[in-house]
Design a protein around this ligand. Sequence first.
Ligand SMILES: O=C(O)CCC(=O)C(=O)O
Ligand SMILES: [Fe+2]
Length: 542
Amino acid sequence: MLNVSPSLLGEFLQRILAFTEGNRFDIQSPTIDSELLFDCHQLVLVIKEAYDTPIQLEWSAEDYIQAQKKKKVGDMSNFPRYRNTKPNEFIVFRRPCTIVDRDGRILVWYLPDQRQVRQTIIESERYLPRTSQARFFQIFKHIEDQLKHGTTSNETCGSASNVPNIIAENAIAEKPIAESTIAENSSGRANADIFHNGNCEPYVDSTEASSESRETTPGRQANTVEAQTSPNKKWGSLDPSLRPQMTDRVAKPVRKKANKAKVTNSDSGKSRRMCGFYIPPNSRILAGELHLSASWRAIGQPDLASSPYLKLPGGLSLLKLGNDSFAWAASVLWLLHPRLARRGGEVMERIRQMSIDLDPVKNMGEAQAWWPTPFTSMGFISNKESFPHRDPRGVPEFFDLLLTLGSYTGGRFYLSDLGIAFQYDPGTIIANSGKVLKHEVPRVNGDRVCYAQYFHKLVLETHAKNSSLRHQDYNTWMTRSSFNEIRQNGDMYDVAEHLDFKQSRIEDVEESRYFDQEMDMEVYASADTAEFDELDAEGEDE
Ligand SMILES: O=C(O)CCC(=O)C(=O)O
Ligand SMILES: [Fe+2]
């Protein structure tokens, strides 16, 4: 069996990007099937459009982090929501875009699958490999017995009674989720074949949702907000006039306070990870989640360890089964945040060489050779709504990489404090600064799974201590200029030569202090992100 390397695919993507800019590189195609090759090209076009469509925030992410730390005494009014939306009002994006801070740091990449956006199947415009949905379904089926089934939200956490909160006059009300679930399912959508295989079924969510919205809230057109950005948009052969409207102003359905209190009541003993599961009618996959780590540091444990499942036959066969799908899902990182990819690659190399303090009985064994991503952890999440949270163990400058899949309608990804939401249809990839930006995914109509890739800050720090990397190379933001470098050069040149604006500041900081600063982040995160993160921090590590 061929072992497809994400770095090989990633570097291939970098060269395609440069090539599309007119730079002639010798692009040697990796040994992957032609379909995957083709899809790599499509992905580059989506990423380029996202880069060319920056949604600019007025403030600096670094200032935002500092203010978050001091939230209890500080003033957050310096960090206005996008277009000054009100707290429960969101601008929804449906086309690829990036969220960029005042100084050009890219905080989020939003990469919807074009097939979904256009609501038609145009083979030449999709980027998700045709077989990928089916392959991911197999992957989730493979681990179904391993999924930890928390409680369904109705039992302990309670969230079925979401209600729309129409704050802005003329805003589009999204349907109450419970109600729309029933409507969708009674019309047979849940019977649709999950994880489209081969001939994909047409996807009609936006049209349906829009017409429903129009019925319930006349005046939608009048309220449509023009896209603020007018970047240099190149989208292959896609006629811009065919694009659906990019943004609408909507009000988000909110969870009743009472429910939130239930969720966050530590007496219940249920952390965020254990809440929010639900079983859609006619579901074809169990609700639950499984997190696998090449390297993890559990609270109170001095040593790093791999997830025990990786040493079992099931773990190894999972990595083999999903090999090229995983590699494809990881390769985007070489465009979205190449330094992160490089950093993760180095950590994985150390794990392979066993040159770190990884207890021999707690390592991955043969699975090492098949670990398919530069991230140290993978999450498999099935039929779960994600309550508003930040991911407390992450690294502020780094992304969590999310791929949402399934057969569902009504997907939304909310950036709760920014006033920005994304249509979160199957096939969407979001790279999100999950530690910095609070995010939320309400339940959808139908089966939804999320494949998440992420780092554990403590693991990176442990590896970095033994690393030859200089500390300014560790945790750096993805910037617009970094992306341009790849565009021009086909690769990230030596990071030391192309350090961004953060360099001078970091150079003045001693390594130990830098780590201290990182430790502070943990405090800010748990203090700030409400009860969910506090519960997380209580210890649900493996
Ligand atoms: O459910 C999703 O798609 C997002 C998951 C997420 O944010 C997380 O697991 O931290
Ligand atoms: Fe998250």
